[in-house]
Design a protein around this ligand. Sequence first.
Ligand code: HMG
Ligand code: MG
Length: 298
Amino acid sequence: SYPARVRVVEVGPRDGLQNEPGMVPTDAKASLIEALADAGLTSIEAGSFVSPKWVPQMADTSAVLARLRPRPEVAYPVLVPNLQGLERALACGVREIAVFGSASESFAERNINCSIAESFERFTPVVERAQNAGLRVRGYVSCTLGCPYEGEISADAVAEVASALIKMGCFEVSLGDTIGVGTPLKARRMVERVATDVPPEKLALHFHDTFGQALANILACLELGVAVIDSAVAGLGGCPYAPGASGNVATEDVVYMLGGMGIATGVDLRALATAGQLVSRQLGREPASRVARALAAR
Ligand code: HMG
Ligand code: MG
């Protein structure tokens, strides 16, 4: 059966914007995050403390965080790849971070410049230090339904990385279809396999919509007891180390679908769509979200 309530993790300000070639002004990023919080989102990934040489668009994450109005009810997680990133995050007073691993060796090498085994060695002290400082740590697994360099990825490999992240101390692991190649039955089988090692209450779905399958894939996995969905307002985005990959599933599309199914999200669709229109105007394009376009035409 479907969950009564789903927590939507908005990743647009990070996953959505990280690949934008033109620098998005710090104020525009902060305004987007404020608008998303106003729309009722309670988990908003606000940026990343990665190398600014690797991802220049995220270089101003500290400045973005400093502009946000404090809201005790909203979590603003940030990506952290190593201890240097953790130091920067701690200096900003963040309360939640995310480490990001991969089920594909080649993707790990391209994305974080190390093997999967080395990434575990790197994450272990990051998670430990973060937890000692009172932070919550989320984990990501990329390439759960395919890799831009290796093609097929086994569900066993995904389960292995996911359970390693949980053992390390992550409160939740988000399963990324980084390049959006998955289809419903495959997505469901992958999550079923991971759920034999990690309880579904600790899993999140992070599906990109490159091939237009993300909503169908989410629906296919929701019945397994997963109740956390990552999405990006207006369907922004793409990963810089996943060539050809487009944005995350649009938050508007997810909220509309769940609303229609009677599943609560706490998100105001109209306010959300307005936030999406604003950032899309800033970027000079139409929202990728079909729901956003339909609402705008009414
Ligand atoms: P490296 O070059 O191997 O790192 O990169 P290094 O430790 O050798 O350091 C090299 C330089 O970077 C040094 O500077 C460091 O100080 C600096 P230099 O001495 O040359 O002047 N540096 C840093 N600066 C600021 N903050 C830091 C930091 N670390 C090192 N934290 C590294 C390794 C992990 C740093 C690099 O590969 C990196 O930053 N990768 C991040 C790539 C990224 O952000 N990708 C996108 C996010 S993942 C994603 O989108 C997938 C996801 O959405 C899920 C899905 O869809 O599947 C999460
Ligand atoms: Mg992603």
